[in-house]
Design a protein around this ligand. Sequence first.
Ligand code: GDP
Ligand code: MN
Length: 400
Amino acid sequence: MDLFEYQGKQLFGAGGIPVARSTMVHPQGPDPLEVVGALGLPLVVKAQVLTGGRGKAGGVRVARTRDDLTRDVAEIMAMTIRGKRVVGVLLEEAVDIDRELYLALAVDRAAKRPLLLFSVRGGVDIEAVARDEPQALVRQHIDPLAGLHDTQIAELVAWAGFAGGLAEQFAALVGGLWRLFCAHDATLVEINPLVVTRGGRLIALDAKVTLDGNAAFRHPEWAAYETDADERERRAAEAGINYVSLDGDIGVLGNGAGMVMSTLDLIAEAGGAAANFLDVGGGAREARIAAALDLILADARVRALCVTIFGGITRCDEVAHALVNVLSAKGAAGAGLPVVVRLDGNGAAEGRDIVAQAALPGVQTAATVWQAVQAAVAAAAGAGAADGPGAPDGPGTAGT
Ligand code: GDP
Ligand code: MN
């Protein structure tokens, strides 16, 4: 689970990692001009979005006047960066930067150890530094049982040439970051840039924190974190359904994540684009299928629905019953949405008979996933052409 910068900085603040004073502003408030009263001007306006490279994308701006601030906040709030929704802006006291450093703790899965990364070339793309100037990036593995040793910190201080107060601040910060990394079950804590101000203070100007979802059971507090999940994704999570919104126009419903992912690939292969990933999992429980269809049918972009079920322990005829009941109850078939149902495996023949006998308008069966996908792509293209504007963007946009 990735945290927004503002959430990461809350952890930093509580963990004694120095950050600049800031206030989070959501579309619903507070008013950015009220923040001027508390923090003054200039303020740095920073997009809160779960992707990096905000600076380059225009998502980090320095507002020097009240008018600048009002405009920058409105513009950045409305942005989408690399396909990710901006949930709000962090208004931060501007800092006078002397130098930009890079500091991170990550899990090195190959080495089965935490890894500390440090560079005096911060504020830039660290992958580029690692590639072009590997000598400018220090890598230190940390013994997971012994923890970060003082001698390791001393080596970093010597390597960077820090002295006096700066050396002390750095040692305290690295130690604090290690404790934070462990206490919060993080898999990544990255500060880029970690800045030295003109006044000689060390401040974490950015925060990228990833928490290990496997540790959620011992962090009830994580449930309260704001995410960038859209309304549909939130409802799906509540219903226990694995759902992800995508950019296309073909609804996809299957049992099993592998099944759904391969269906997404086939849709792209057939020149279509999926509107979502939706895995109803095992079992044919009608309530779950009803909730799943609700989610897809509520999505106005969906021009065709592709259902692919492989019967194992779950029998296809049970799923077919549930589907027919739900589709007829919702009047989805009557609303002109083309639905292609592919049933294979245990109980497939009986399942197809059930769908055929129900004779719901617009609902057809297919014998293979590929046939189902082709029929759904053709149906979506037909619906798109008939509707004129708002037609699909074209092939190849389905992601997994
Ligand atoms: P990112 O592009 O998503 O990594 O966003 P960052 O939070 O790292 O900000 C990008 C850049 O904006 C930083 O590297 C800084 O150069 C600059 N920046 C951010 N905050 C401040 C600030 O308070 N003062 C100044 N002068 N520059 C800032
Ligand atoms: Mn950054």
